[in-house]
Design a protein around this ligand. Structure first.
Ligand SMILES: [Cu+2]
Length: 149
């Protein structure tokens, strides 16, 4: 019985030695969705919370989708006097700090789907691939939802 324990302990030590170094970014996403919009509107928007539980920062450097002719990272800026305008994010990159969460949400940053090829109808799911500088591509599906915002 004692010998068994030693073997198990040896196994655990070996596993630990073989595990890759726990450094670098560790990206996960939550609450990915797209806002419903009629087909006559040429553009649609996706929103997502991006979490980095790793020890190094990463960057969202783009996105792509078969549902869009072109995808851009956008932000909504307050132009003053109640004027909200959206514009492409400078450099097309969003920093995801180590241990941080970045929220892409209505009224803020978003993934803009231009030259829509699919109907953004509530209840449907559309493909969206997020591209990270270090973590690479993350293939996802966004559920389209109605939003008053
Ligand atoms: Cu936009």
């Amino acid at each position: 019985m004692k010998r068994m324990w030693w073997l198990m302990l040896a196994g655990v030590v070996m596993l630990a030695a073989c595990a890759p170094a726990a450094s670098g970014p560790k990206i996960s996403v939550e609450m990915l969705w797209g806002r419903s919009s009629p087909m006559v509107v040429d553009a649609g928007a996706f929103y997502v919370n991006i979490k980095n539980t790793g020890t190094a920062a990463d960057k969202l450097i783009g996105a792509k989708s078969d549902a869009c002719g072109m995808v851009e990272l956008h932000e909504t800026v307050d132009k003053g006097g109640g004027m909200m305008e959206m514009q492409p994010i400078a450099g097309q990159m969003i920093e995801i700090p180590a241990g941080g969460t970045v929220e892409l949400k209505p009224g803020g940053m978003h993934v803009m789907c231009m030259m829509k090829k699919a109907d953004f109808a509530a209840g449907t799911k559309l493909p969206l691939t997020l591209v990270f500088e270090k973590s690479g591509e993350m293939k996802l599906e966004a559920e389209i939802k109605d939003s008053a915002m």
